[in-house]
Ligand binder design. Structure first.
Ligand code: ZN
Length: 139
């Protein structure tokens, strides 16, 4: 009987300790992850947001009910740099596809200019068709 009691006592101590340590550990990890995130340079390597600019109803500077990327969310999420994709569906071909791509690039440039207090356009040293936005707020 003593062995059974000792086993039960040891088991409950281990389980309680494990539960408590795990709970504390999860809180610690979340806090450490938050600190790491907000003290790092955070880069998102893909957003299809330029397509939304084609609608004429989307403003990068305002929180939008749809989508995931806009300046308020970028700021809140500590996003420091964003690659915008220039995407054309496979149904659009030839000169219209090229025009749509050029229109998206122009709209990205216009939005960066319009929100120059928050954004700057970072272009690569050689032309690759890729443009990256870099936030102006500190991290
Ligand atoms: Zn995409």
């Amino acid at each position: 009987m003593r062995r059974v009691l000792a086993f039960l006592c040891l088991s409950s101590c281990l389980c309680g300790g494990f539960f408590f340590a795990r709970r504390t550990s999860a809180d610690d990890i979340a806090e450490r992850a938050r600190k790491l995130h907000f003290s790092s340079i955070v880069l998102d390597t893909h957003a299809d947001t330029p397509q939304r600019l084609l609608t004429g109803r989307f403003d990068l500077g305002k929180r939008d009910a749809e989508g995931h990327v806009d300046i308020p969310r970028m700021r809140e999420g500590g996003l420091n740099a964003q690659f915008f994709s220039i995407f054309i569906t496979g149904r659009t071909l030839g000169p219209p596809a090229i025009q749509q791509a050029l229109d998206q690039i122009d709209l990205v440039r216009q939005n960066v200019q319009q929100h120059s207090k928050d954004l700057t356009l970072a272009t690569p040293p050689r032309k690759s068709g890729t443009h990256m936005l870099r936030a102006r707020w500190p991290f």
